[in-house]
Design a protein around this ligand. Structure first.
Ligand code: ARG
Ligand code: ZN
Length: 895
């Protein structure tokens, strides 16, 4: 354990390590209660750093022996560090041998070496390797690893580590061993081992470059029939990285192993990726379309890290977005390229932006706001955030926009030419992309562009148009600003790439010709906004146009477009940019929600959606050529959390009531259309997770939910009956689960029959049970019924607080994803939250700290919520034995 008050780590304090570690030879005697680790390293002093003691990181280790060049030596243990002062002078390499033990069975933090289902797994990023052995546990120390694993053969038949298997055999007493050598140098956070009863799906492939590789997906026996999609995704990933970036697999063997106990999604350990089962296991009967899509993107993400992260890694953890933002960008592009059709690509883009705006924008506006490249942290695990990942990906995307797709590929090549095998910074990346594209907007504006790395907060872009009929010009004035964030009261202007189109009143796309241009420039245009305020003047405009601003969501900003309803209806009907077409529908809905929320009348009965809005939604739903997936996105109202972000004072109950009322009105007003949509989209043939059929299922699912909602008011039993029938007969989990959630979300009594039936059907499928728990904890609140249900779910024999997926399925689904039920006037939701944060913190600080963030936005809450939320946070903060993880979150929340 680290002792004393946790220090603040600052980016500006970075110094190179005093020692380099060249080789590491590890021998493990694996035993759940007491695993022995022999660590033999070759080290040498870093000639660039003045002579210092060697301070090795360590956590929860029992130290048995330390030898330097084979001799005993004096050492100190200082707050978890192993300090060696009497090391040989000079720059000659020396040998250090450290023998320690640890207890994987008691490791509930799931960092370092731990046991799950009687198998061993490791998680070392960011600072877990120090829980395995004493080490310079920092990403800029890269070493060559060889690893020998020894364990009971019957209990742990499969022994895996990074790189190549070079030897294996039997030992005495029914034990066996395997020796692995990783041909690539790596930082300690990429170390991994796995041991247990596992089986593998295998695939041999030949790369474009003509090399042979073995791909393996390891799972528990019984799960092999759920590995086909992960393997296909892996093969697609290998081919894509070669085709798009010329990056080939640099290993003979690439392994993925699934574990059901995992703090995050997955981990890119060199050659031995370890995954949460949620992002590996899928078959038609157990996984939904969303699961299939997530598996594809997470498999891609971890595979792409093999270059962006592993071959070139981070100098320090402040540079986390160097690998994460870039790799999220790469996995987003991968999924778009696999989706193929422009309309399917657009759907993926809309989904990605929706995540950014519902999760990252609130983070950027709250107490945990931080730049994409943070300046300080107490616990690095708290900075694996949507800002570092998703906003970081948007920053990379803007670079690609500014240099073009080919220019970006050139930039990537230069990046690897310069930095392959090294630990570098975000500056190095941006510099490489700019240098490969001299004269590009990025190269010209690089210092200003890099404010995206250094300034936190979501910029606002305010647009106002002026049409001059006499001059036939249209002037668009753009003003940008960015609100203060913790530690950053004042912001400088950003470089904002702005995709733009102008639509004639009849929806026709107008040619764009700036006042300074001799002729219109054809095709899609992006303008680069750099000033606090600037104007663009277009000529030869015959009638007042409707501007389509920020097409494709070309920058992660909030656009204040000042749009009228009429303009939005034009965009929704005609915009050739699918993103802005969807956005127009969202804005129409949002404007209405905000108006109803503000109305004095606290009830929602008089709330009446206007014909124009309903007709526009009907037009999309019945549209002859739009994709079903796109229709489903347009007809889904903005999320409660997204609506909340638009308001200065948030009454979560009121938001929930208004959104529900709007949903019900859309259900009623479009009842015939929903019926038509359901009947025409419900059958998608044999299950295929492709974008077209999953889009059809999504639209049919939404239609069924809406039809059950109608029935809820009318008392009609036909549609709930159909939903129940669908629930029973469905040939795949997507349709089955959609039918079940239609019953649950409409509160129909048939839900009470369907839920136990679902449980009985899937009692042995952990990931399906997670869905079952999550559905109930996330159900719409009816008179405060959800919290008691959640407490009951926690008492269910299948509930297990130690399993992060299960804990999330109940507790996070309620506290983070069900605002209408969580924010209660009696504060009982907050009491529940504070109990769970404290309870989880004793087991798993990382998971607890995520939960702790559920009340990040408490300052925006209306009374009585605000006061009660503050009290709940203060109650957590008053605990004296909190982890650094939770301490940092609650301290910032109260600041
Ligand atoms: N690098 C992993 C990824 O692919 C995430 C690992 C984060 N783990 C942690 N304990 N913070 O995004
Ligand atoms: Zn990653």
């Amino acid at each position: 354990m680290r002792e004393g008050q946790a220090p603040v780590i600052r980016r500006e304090d970075y110094t190179a390590p005093a020692f380099w570690i060249d080789t590491v030879d590890l021998t493990f005697d694996l035993d759940p209660a007491k695993t022995r680790v022999l660590n033999r390293m070759k080290l040498r002093r870093n000639p660039d750093v003045a002579t210092q003691a060697l301070r090795l990181d360590g956590e929860e280790l029992n130290l048995a022996r330390v030898l330097v060049n084979g001799q005993g030596t004096s050492f100190k243990l200082d707050g978890g560090h192993l300090v060696l002062e009497n090391l040989p002078d000079g720059h000659e390499p020396f040998e250090l041998e450290i023998f320690t033990t640890c207890c994987p069975a008691k490791n509930s933090k799931l960092m370092g070496l731990y046991v799950s289902n009687d198998s061993f797994f490791t998680q070392c990023e960011a600072e877990g390797f120090r829980r395995i052995t004493y080490f310079l546990d920092r990403p800029d120390v890269m070493a060559s690893y060889s690893v020998t694993l020894r364990a009971d053969k019957a209990r742990y038949p499969v022994l895996l580590s990074n790189g190549n298997l070079v030897d294996q055999g039997a030992l005495d007493d029914g034990r066996h061993f395997a020796k692995w050598v990783d041909p690539h140098r790596k930082p300690s956070y990429l170390f991994a081992l796995v041991a247990g009863q596992l089986v593998a799906r295998e695939q041999r492939i030949t790369s474009r470059a003509g090399k042979e590789h073995l791909l393996q997906v390891f799972v528990r026996p019984g799960d092999l029939d759920k590995t086909e999609h992960a393997m296909n995704s892996l093969m697609h990933s290998v081919a894509w990285d070669e085709a798009r970036f010329g990056l080939s697999l640099d290993l003979e063997r690439f392994m993925i192993v699934a574990t059901s106990d995992f703090n995050m999604g997955a981990m890119e350990n060199k050659g031995l990726n370890i995954f949460n089962t949620k992002y590996v296991l899928a078959n038609a009967a157990t996984a939904t379309d969303t699961d299939y899509a997530n598996i594809e993107s997470v498999v891609g993400h971890e595979y792409f890290h093999n270059w962006t992260g592993n071959r070139v890694t981070c100098r320090d953890w402040f540079q986390l977005s160097l690998k994460e933002g870039l790799t999220v960008f790469r996995d987003q592009e991968f999924s778009q390229d696999l989706a193929g059709e422009p309309s399917a690509r657009a759907v993926k883009r809309i989904e990605d932006v929706r995540v950014l705006r519902t999760a990252q924008f609130p983070e950027d506006a709250g107490p945990m706001a931080h730049p994409v490249r943070p300046d300080q942290y107490i616990e690095i695990n708290n900075f694996y955030t949507v800002t570092v990942y998703e906003k970081g990906a948007e920053v990379v995307r803007m670079m690609q926009t500014l240099v073009g797709r080919e220019g970006f590929t050139k930039g990537m090549s230069l990046y690897f030419e310069r930095h392959d095998g090294h630990a570098v910074t975000c500056d190095d990346f941006a510099q490489a992309i700019a240098d490969a594209n001299p004269g590009s907007a990025l190269a010209v504006l690089l210092p200003q562009f890099k404010r995206w790395y250094s300034q936190a907060g979501t910029p606002r872009l305010q647009a106002s148009g002026h049409y001059d009929a006499a001059a036939r010009t249209y002037t668009l004035t753009l003003a940008q600003s960015c609100p203060p964030t913790p530690g950053q009261p004042h912001k400088e202007p950003f470089v904002i790439p702005m995709g733009l189109g102008l639509l004639a009143p009849d929806g026709r796309e107008l040619p764009l010709q700036l006042a300074t241009e001799a002729a219109p420039v054809p095709g899609h245009r992006t303008f680069v906004v750099t000033q606090a305020s600037e104007t663009l003047t277009f000529q030869n405009i015959d009638a007042e146009p409707v501007p389509s601003i920020l097409r494709g969501f070309s920058a992660p900003v909030i656009l204040d477009g000042g749009y009228t309803d009429a303009q939005l209806l034009t965009l929704l009907a005609h915009d050739s940019d699918p993103f802005n077409r969807w956005e127009a529908g969202q804005r129409l809905a949002l404007n209405r929600a905000i108006k109803y929320i503000a109305e004095d009348n606290q009830g929602t009965r008089t709330l009446a959606l206007d014909e124009a809005f309903i007709e526009a939604m009907r037009g999309v739903l019945r549209h002859p050529t739009l994709d079903a997936a796109f229709k489903e996105l347009v007809l889904t109202l903005p999320a409660e959390t997204y609506i909340a972000e638009q308001l200065d004072v948030v009454d979560p109950q009121r938001i929930h009531a208004v959104r529900e009322a709007m949903r019900e009105q859309l259900a009623h007003a479009l009842a015939d259309d929903w019926q038509w949509a359901y009947e025409t989209h419900r059958d998608t043939g044999g299950y295929q997770p492709d974008p077209v059929s999953s889009g059809r299922r999504a639209l049919a699912g939404l239609a069924l939910t809406q039809l059950c909602l109608v029935a809820r008011q009318s008392g009609d039993t036909v549609w709930p009956g159909k939903a129940y029938q669908r629930f029973k007969d469905a040939g795949n989990m997507t349709d089955r689960f959609n039918a079940l959630s239609a019953l649950v979300s409409s509160g129909h009594s048939l839900a009470a029959q369907a839920l136990p039936r679902f449980h009985a059907l899937f009692k042995d499928e952990a990931l399906v049970l997670d869905k079952w728990f999550a559905l109930q904890a996330g159900a719409p609140d009816r008179g405060g019924n959800v919290l008691p249900a959640v407490r009951q779910l926690m008492a269910h024999p299948d509930f297990n607080l130690r399993n992060p997926n299960r804990a999330r399925s109940v507790i996070f689904s309620y506290c983070n994803a069900n605002p209408g039920a969580f924010h209660r006037t009696d504060a009982a939701g907050y009491v529940f939250w504070s109990e769970r944060v404290i309870e989880l913190d004793a087991l798993n600080p990382q998971v607890a700290a995520r939960l702790a963030r559920a009340l990040d936005r408490w300052k925006k809450l209306a009374e009585p919520y605000r006061h009660a939320a503050r009290e709940a946070i203060a109650r957590v903060a008053a605990k004296t034995d909190l982890s650094n993880d939770v301490r940092e979150v609650v301290t910032r929340a109260l600041a």
